[in-house]
Design a protein around this ligand. Structure first.
Ligand code: ADP
Ligand code: ASP
Ligand code: MG
Length: 418
């Protein structure tokens, strides 16, 4: 079986969905599992709904209407007959969402978030499944929440591999086209969970691992993995092939073309990953596989924006040693900071983090009990893999460099945004 993943950009409108059909005609679809994300920027729009709900904002209804209208327009573009069952199925899903919002009693933001944002994927896959059926491609719509079981860490759920493996081996129909949602799972009580933003690539890898799939292809709006994000570097070049190790490094440092959790399950079973263009499926794209040399060999640039650089120094000249460092890490973990770089000296410790869950103020208060805390908000972290002097100059010139760190293959530079 092959696993294909189509992200939000590929299904952002009716033309995008028709294009998925074209891609499937080109690749074949007899023994394929399709993992699909929410359409376009729907997840952001549903995040706004959740925020409006918690803030008791007057815009709540308007934000819900916006999501419904967007999908309704896509339905009208795709289906001539307004009596088609897809209209009922989609409005039933939105009805469930309304029902949840008007009956929910939970004050847990992360829990509510998952119950709401998940409708993005449920609706997109419902539309796409019906559309494929309407153009003669028989398929099975499957509810991923019956397959991927997780813990109850809402918004960042951890996979229960044993249960998931059992469900997938037993119930995924082979020699068929299956269509399912990326990003979602469910906990042991059956509540919906999500795997972290941009997590649909990871969903594809979970299915691939559990099915021992032949390959995973993630279809993107770029020709493949490039040596830099082409949105920011106009001279970016395509990497024809890279190893799992290289891909993990690039993804971990923030090359958002692949979700960082995607690689590990694939690497374990040596399942090749192809990153290809949904605009032109004939192009070869990037192939990620075991031990493949980086081809072409070239510096790779990654930028993570909106990072936080925290510098701690001891109040009384006490050394920052193992014990302190382990205390600091326990706190970073507790406050769910994603650490991307650390550097320490005798009496100071710097860490560049991403405050995904908005916990920095609380963390700062706790840290200040023991350390002098300095910090810069909204810094950028540049990572150059296989750096050269010229590559380093390209990044540092005309910027205020706050920190620089060099290891054998990797240079990292933290800069202040001007
Ligand atoms: P999806 O629609 O699957 O969610 P994303 O938008 O998350 O896709 O990923 C594709 C985007 O990743 C591209 O549009 C590109 O701007 C960005 N990107 C970041 N780093 C790279 C890179 N090294 N190579 C290619 N694209 C990259
Ligand atoms: N729809 C989710 C998001 O936008 C998951 C994904 O697209 O991968 O984060
Ligand atoms: Mg995405």
């Amino acid at each position: 079986m092959r696993i294909f993943k189509f992200g939000g950009a590929s299904v952002k409108d009716a033309a995008g969905i028709r294009n998925v059909h074209e891609v499937l005609k080109f690749t074949g679809y007899d023994d394929v599992l399709l993992v699909v994300s929410a359409m376009g920027k729907t997840t952001n729009a549903l995040e706004a709904v959740v925020n409006n709900y918690f803030n008791k904002s007057a815009s709540l209804q308007a934000s819900i209407q916006e999501v419904k209208k967007y999908h309704n327009q896509i339905l009208l573009d795709l289906f001539d007959d307004e009596k088609h069952a897809v209209f009922t199925d989609v409005s039933r899903l939105f009805g469930d969402m309304d029902y949840f919002l008007s009956h929910n009693k939970s004050p847990n933001y992360n829990f509510v978030y998952d119950q709401i944002v998940s409708f993005g994927e449920l609706v997109s896959t419902t539309i796409i499944s019906h559309f494929m059926q309407s153009v003669g491609i028989k398929n099975q719509w499957i509810d991923v929440r019956n397959f991927i079981k997780t813990d109850a860490t809402y918004r960042d759920a951890g996979v229960d591999w044993e249960q998931t493996q059992k469900n997938i081996s037993k119930n995924v129909k082979k020699k068929a086209l299956n269509i399912t949602q990326g990003f979602l799972g469910s906990d042991e009580n059956g509540f919906t969970t999500t795997l972290g933003r941009e997590g649909s690539d990871y969903t594809a890898a979970i299915f691939a691992y559990c099915l021992g799939a032949e390959s995973v292809t993630i279809w993107k709006d770029v020709p493949g993995v490039m040596n830099a994000d082409p949105r920011y570097f106009d001279k970016a070049v395509l990497l024809n092939q890279i190893s799992y190790r290289e891909a993990i490094e690039l993804a971990f440092y923030g090359a958002s073309v692949i979700h960082p959790k995607t690689l590990q399950p694939l690497q374990k079973k040596e399942i090749p990953l192809y990153v290809k263009s949904f605009v032109d499926p004939k192009l070869p794209g990037t192939s990620v596989s075991k031990g493949a040399d980086l081809e072409p060999y070239t510096p790779c640039f990654i930028v993570k924006r909106n990072q936080l650089l925290i510098s701690l120094s001891s109040i009384d000249f006490e050394f920052i040693m193992e014990e302190n460092i382990s205390d600091i890490f326990a706190l970073l973990h507790k406050y769910r900071m994603k650490v991307s770089l650390i550097q320490n000296s005798a009496i100071s410790f710097s860490v560049c983090v991403e405050d995904k869950f908005g916990n920095f103020n609380d963390l700062k208060t706790v840290l200040a009990r023991k350390f002098k805390v300095a910090y810069n908000e909204n810094v950028s972290l540049y990572t150059i893999r296989h750096f050269t002097d010229q590559a380093a100059r390209l990044i540092s010139d005309n910027k205020t460099v706050l920190l620089r760190q060099i290891s054998r293959e990797t240079m990292q530079i933290v800069t202040k945004e001007s």
